[in-house]
Design a protein around this ligand. Structure first.
Ligand SMILES: [Zn+2]
Length: 119
């Protein structure tokens, strides 16, 4: 969520913006238009309004772009995409996941997957 929306900066279709991978406070600010998501492909700030439109911030208002958390993403994969096994698998094998291939360093993905699988 929100799925299949093109990025207003690079124009590429982002299959899943994965706003659920932000922490709770950032997600709330994003819903209110007070913070921006970052495009997984070009890393430019992108606003997502409650009207469900994806938009670029106005030039004179540059809300800080939040970063998705690898640990939240790793948890999400085990619940929502269990066939991918873990975040590394989601990034490698899932069409929407592949768009996040360059988003985190590989070591961070590995660490997040370890945290999720260890009690
Ligand atoms: Zn973009």
């Amino acid at each position: 969520m929100p799925p299949n929306e093109p990025c207003p900066h690079c124009g590429q279709l982002v299959l899943d913006w994965h706003n659920e991978w932000y922490n709770g406070g950032e997600r709330a600010a994003i819903y209110k238009g007070q913070a921006a998501m970052d495009c997984p492909l070009c890393r430019q700030p992108v606003l997502w309004f409650e009207s469900r439109d994806i938009a670029a911030p106005l030039a004179n208002a540059q809300p800080s772009a939040c970063q998705r958390l690898a640990t939240l993403a790793a948890q999400w994969v085990t619940i929502r995409e269990p066939t991918c096994v873990n975040l590394a698998g989601y990034i490698a094998h899932h069409a929407a996941g592949r768009q996040y291939a360059g988003y985190w360093p590989a070591s961070e993905v590995q660490q997040a997957d370890q945290q999720v699988t260890q009690p």
